[in-house]
Design a protein around this ligand. Structure first.
Ligand code: GLU
Length: 445
């Protein structure tokens, strides 16, 4: 790493102790940014990096609610409003027991660059809670969401901060959150949340967008090697919203997705995952992958081990951070991997990224490859602002254009900085320069 950046990194790490995921995200970006500061000493002068690493605002709050037995439960809520140089803070809410400030900050930090890469007018933010929706009734989830919004509402707004979903937050949760926001504020402010239902201000394609976008980005990478998804053997991790739609899109392009996973195990389905059954089990019944295996012949369910043991030519990690380590990466490379597109945020450890890059595998980092979700959220905001709703075809075309554009920006930035094919460098520099220019223009704030 560039020596000038090392000193800034050390201060950031010391100032944010115990936040391992945030440290990882910061270090990974800093490693790409040396050459930018050679060309733009004005960024150092204006302390852009130091400012970028310090969120504009961090909100932590108590979320009290009662469970179905009438017992009082307490969770912790977060919203980190990281950077508003390019637009209102924008990013999802994650409800998962692992959530603490370090996770929200890593996600918010990544979101700044991701959102910049989309070319849409959105800043970066993220939030969530250590609430675990798993095993909770609809009524419990509703009471939790209502309590969460009873504090959050005062910090958000269509021109201020626009939350959406992430792990544990889908259409059901966004509905309860929106209802409570409307009730407290007495405003039907559609643009305050994205990921809404289609009949009340949502956008077509938003549910599919992250998974679809990851596949579109990966297809663009494959094209640079004269190939495509057609005929590829694909392994996807996860079986949530991002994973399911990545499976669907990859198969629509002629690939066979032979495996996907949940936190208990993975399935191997050599005939190709049955997307209809997967949706039924995971989205309609909120069940487990084990049930998928029980209901389809020729499927193996594996409880021990890792989905990355399954050989593939293309891998799409769509579960969560640090789910793919250096050993798994080495196994995938040995088994013939040619490309990897990150549908999740930071799913590959730094060791894994190094293995892929050394082996010459096409590697699409999450902040580029999974930007389709938030980009389509920005399209939802655009429809809300103009009180319009677009067709599926039109919206999908916009998403495709945006993903192709992000690929182009990453690839051309990597070329410009003398590292062709290095999408990590391309995404980090491409996103950073856009934000840094806007921060410079807006003065010391
Ligand atoms: N949580 C998603 C992400 O990681 C989507 C955020 C949004 O739509 O605002 O980008």
């Amino acid at each position: 790493m560039d020596a000038r950046l090392e000193a800034i990194r050390d201060t950031v790490l010391a100032r944010n102790p115990g936040e391992a995921e945030f440290h990882q995200a910061v270090v990974e970006v800093f490693e790409s940014l040396g050459p930018v500061h050679d060309r733009h000493p004005e960024f150092l002068e204006a302390a852009i990096l130091e400012r970028l690493c310090e969120p504009e605002r961090q909100i932590i709050f108590r979320v009290p609610w009662t469970d179905d037995q009438g017992r009082v439960q307490i969770n912790r809520g977060f919203r980190v409003e990281f950077n508003s140089a390019l637009g209102p803070y924008k990013g999802g809410l994650r409800f998962h027991p692992s959530v603490y400030l370090g996770i929200v900050k890593f996600l918010g930090f990544e979101q700044i660059f991701k959102n910049a890469l989309t070319g849409m007018p959105i800043g970066g933010g993220k939030g969530g809670s250590d609430f675990d929706p798993r095993g909770r009734s609809d009524a419990e989830v509703m009471r939790f969401c209502q309590s969460f919004m009873t504090e959050l509402y005062r910090h958000i707004g269509e021109y201020t901060d626009v939350p959406a979903g992430d792990i544990g937050v889908g259409g059901r949760e966004i509905g309860y959150l929106f209802g409570q926001y409307k009730r407290i504020t007495n405003r039907y402010e559609s643009g305050v949340l994205t990921g809404k239902g289609i009949s009340w201000g949502g956008s077509l394609v938003r549910p599919e967008a992250t998974g679809f976008g990851t596949v579109i980005f990966t297809e663009e990478m494959l094209k640079t090697r004269g190939t495509s998804f057609d005929g590829q053997r694909v392994v996807v991790s996860g079986s949530g919203n991002v994973a399911i739609n990545a499976v669907a899109k990859a198969q629509s392009l002629g690939a066979t997705v032979v495996a996907c996973s949940d936190s208990s195990g993975y399935v191997v389905d050599e005939a190709g995952i049955d997307v209809g059954l997967l949706r039924q089990v995971k989205e309609v019944e909120r069940g487990r992958l084990k049930d998928y295996a029980l209901r389809r012949s020729g499927v193996a369910y594996v409880e021990a081990g890792s989905v990355w043991d399954v050989d593939a030519t293309v891998a799409l990690p769509c579960a969560t951070q640090n789910e793919l380590d250096g050993d798994a990466a080495a196994r995938l490379v040995r088994n013939g991997l040619i490309a990897i597109g990150e549908g999740a945020n930071m799913p590959s450890t730094r060791e894994a990224v190094a293995v892929f890059q050394e082996a010459g595998v096409l590697f699409g980092p999450g902040k580029a490859a999974n930007a389709g979700g938030v980009a389509t959220s920005a399209l939802e905001m655009q429809q809300n602002a103009s009180r319009d709703s677009w067709s599926f075809e039109h919206t999908e075309q916009r998403l495709t254009d945006i993903m192709v554009g992000i690929h182009h920006r990453c690839a051309s930035t990597a070329d410009e900085y003398g590292e062709p094919g290095n999408y990590v460098l391309g995404a980090n520099i491409g996103g950073f320069v856009k934000v840094a220019d806007a921060m410079l223009a807006q003065g010391l704030i």
